[in-house]
Write a protein that binds this ligand. Sequence first.
Ligand SMILES: CC(=O)CC(=O)C(=O)O
Ligand SMILES: [Mg+2]
Length: 218
Amino acid sequence: MAADNMSLSAFRQLATKIVCVGRNYKEHALELGNAIPKKPMLFLKSPNAFLAEGEPIVAPPGCQNLHQEVELAVVISKTAKNVSKSDAMSYVGGYTVALDMTARDFQDEAKKSGAPWFLAKSFDGSCPIANFIPKSEISDPHNEELYCIINGKDQQRSRTDLMIFDIPTLIEYTTQFVTLQPGDLILTGTPAGVTKIVPGDVIEIGLTGKINAKFRVQ
Ligand SMILES: CC(=O)CC(=O)C(=O)O
Ligand SMILES: [Mg+2]
């Protein structure tokens, strides 16, 4: 399938991993009392995390503090290993907007004990995604406005040029360690404004003028 013609279901089927970048927006790192990273901070969600529009967001068992994190996601179009920054954008097939749903109480507990964030970040349905946007529709992914509206009110809104590490840097850094495959996603980190989500909430995410998706919390 042509990389610029991938449907949501196609990249969902192809993806073997969702690489997530943490603390890539200064204001978000600071709102949770975290240090600004000196190099990209990566963690992983499995493809079980994908959730499409129409499917409900459900907190994992025992979670008392579920947070939303809206993020610009990059869809990889071809096998990528040891890619240089200057070549990196040729490995991008398109974009989408995703929610990095986070069981914040699980994460806080894991941080205290030095345990992995796996259950806080990679529970089933923890990555609601909007539709695929072909690369040709976004001339500069670092010049877009990302938003998250909860129950009709703005909760997160930010320019993507505020990312600490840009997309070529993230691809170069990641592919030193991990081979990215067609359909894999890089979630580029969330801006400030994460908050507690409760059953009945309606979360709208998007890129201004380009894409919008709506999810209900069960
Ligand atoms: C503190 C976090 O959960 C990091 C993260 O996912 C982010 O987007 O930043
Ligand atoms: Mg995140």
